[in-house]
Design a protein around this ligand. Structure first.
Ligand SMILES: Nc1ncnc2c1ncn2[C@@H]1O[C@H](COP(=O)(O)OP(=O)(O)O)[C@@H](O)[C@H]1O
Ligand SMILES: [Mg+2]
Length: 233
């Protein structure tokens, strides 16, 4: 589904990614773990064409999407739930979904807002509320619902559980499990070890600009050195 091969990305003189490689197979959920500042968000920004890599290749379903404009990446089948959620304060829930419908024209598998409301009943009740009036959990649901509307082949989420109450995190886990069961591939960046390892088929650990570990959850559970050095748990 996604192949990331040896990418290097820097901000000015500050080189952040120094040869990051990983892959996500079809219908697989892959988690990327790592401390604050490890380069997780930069990795996602690079594959979505929001940050420019100096070296390396990104392929989606076999097509080279390295340094491709973001809107083309989305049309090609990859949607992002960004770390800041990207909700507009003065736009209603309904309008967010309408804008997303418009932006995903040309996607073969896109869903309807009605289906998103079925998935998130809480959003249906809030459909006429402004983005700025939503709770953190509701904003996250809207951000995920909006990303799913395009019917992506690969859904990418940047720390979706951050700042959410445990009961909302549980809901999030259920929604992502349903998405996975429906055949959607998922790339989940998380610091919540429990959530990530509950959902993921495979895990990568990012540290000092490189992938320091790649393997199954069972293998990571046994890799004490990796967990102690590169994760805050
Ligand atoms: N826009 C930016 N300009 C300059 N440096 C940045 C920018 N964004 C992130 N960085 C730096 O890149 C490093 C990795 O950041 P980031 O990818 O956000 O890590 P993570 O998501 O794992 O917390 C950090 O040292 C951070 O300070
Ligand atoms: Mg981040």
């Amino acid at each position: 589904m996604l192949e990331v091969e040896d990418i290097y990305t820097s901000y000015g003189e500050n080189s952040v990614l120094r040869g990051v490689s990983f892959e996500v197979m079809e219908a697989e959920c892959v988690a990327i773990l790592g401390r604050n500042g490890a380069g997780k968000t930069t990795t996602l920004r690079t594959i979505f064409g929001l940050a420019r890599c100096n070296r390396g290749r990104v392929r989606l379903k076999g097509a080279d999407i390295t340094r491709t404009p973001t809107w083309r990446v989305v049309r090609a089948g990859m949607s992002l739930v960004p770390d800041d959620r990207g909700i507009f304060a003065s736009v209603t829930v309904d309008e967010h979904l309408m804008i997303a419908m418009h932006a995903s024209r040309g996607r073969p598998k896109r869903l309807s807002p009605a289906l998103i409301y079925e998935m998130f009943p809480r959003l249906a009740a809030r459909r006429h509320s402004l983005g700025g009036a939503l709770s953190g959990g509701e904003q996250q649901m809207l951000s995920i619902g909006r990303a799913m509307l395009a019917g992506p082949d690969l859904l990418v989420l940047d720390e979706p559980s951050e700042g959410l109450a445990p009961v909302i995190v549980e809901m999030l886990e259920n929604v992502l499990r349903q998405a996975k069961d429906s055949g959607m591939s998922i790339l989940l960046v998380e610091q919540n070890y429990r959530l990530a390892t509950a959902l993921a088929d495979r895990v990568y650990v990012l540290g000092t600009g490189r992938v320091q570990f790649g393997g199954t959850v069972a293998q990571l559970d046994r890799a004490d050195q990796i967990r102690n050095t590169y994760l805050s748990i």
